[in-house]
Design a protein around this ligand. Sequence first.
Ligand SMILES: [Ca+2]
Length: 427
Amino acid sequence: MIHRPDPSPPKRNNRLAALIVLGMGLIAAAFASPAAADAKLDAWIEGLWPEAQAAGVSRATFDKALRGFTPDLKLPDLEIAGRPSNDARGQAEFTRAPSEYLDRAYLMRLAATGKDLAAKHKATLARIEQELGVDRYSVLAIWGRETAFGHHKLPHDAINVVATQAYLGRRKEMFRTELIAALKMLESGVPRSLMRASWAGAMGLTQFMPSEYFKHAHDLDGDGKTDIWNSIPDALASAASQLKGKGWVAGQTWGYEVKLTREADCGYEGPTQERPIAEWAKLGLKRANGKPWTDAQLALSAYMMSPAGGYGPSFLVLENYKVIRRYNMSDLYAVFVGNLADRIAGGGDFVTPWGGTGPQKTRNIEEIQERLMALGYDVEKIDGKVGSNTRKVIGQYERANNLKVDCWPSDAVLDHVRKTASRESPR
Ligand SMILES: [Ca+2]
């Protein structure tokens, strides 16, 4: 080993000069920029007033709500100069494996509680089915997914969260609307102490955004108050009302687990491949539980959903799957809620087990997406996430190149697209 002398230390006067510059910088940061930031924040708050006023919020409510507002810089999904944008679901480096999100043991525990609650709230749930047309199992599944039936403690003050997101978030316009709605909630008499929220501002037992509160909150127990925090009838009816408002089809389920075939592999996943179940049946798709398709089912329109590509259960999903997805824009969420509903109803166990799809490196997924896009595949966006469209195009690539079709961004696929790209490169 070659011995290398330590680099000589900087001369004392250089170091002193550096310290002075650093000290001046710190003083400037401590005095000048917070004041500037305060002025900017004050101006932003004042800019909200005309909208709040137009929405019927009084000046007293407005001032009280936003007095002393300090953005919560620890929230996810903010855009702050000099800080890498942190993704909403904390997937900065790795994407979460579907087997982890759709953990069978957790689903079974929730389903057991859900069955008890179905019995306990039988009369309420029957009324919800009758008045709003949403089945009891789906309503309970939303409650189970959102707050584990009220067991999740919501860590944030809703006003602070939506104001922070409206001021510094990646989706400022959307949260500005939510902030005005949250101020309206205060104006209508909802106590601020009740307005505890998730990082994204969702409140109550079934996680309502402030704007949804005004559209869909429902006073089912008839005490004159719409209480999505403490009244289980109100919270469940509000969730059902929201599903109904988003297009719920009464009397229909969300989807069916299916067995894939060579003719209908996971490369057919996603809404772009939607078709009647009769056509899927012609491609050989059968229900995983072995039951034959009924004529009524064959007439329904469905698309394929394979959250783990070829390494887990696949589903044909119907209109109500899309409705659940409108409640929370995530395929894993919608499969979770649909499956939990089936389990509370007494079935629902996965026929195909979740396989060993470990967490994937975001930058590897991005590279696969970039390379497939360059090769002319229908990649919607380069986001480093394993969404249904990414799985579909990987499946199409694997099929076209006589690889094992597993629709998963494995290292083997990455190696293969790198070689394909270099073969097709003009260099
Ligand atoms: Ca009530």
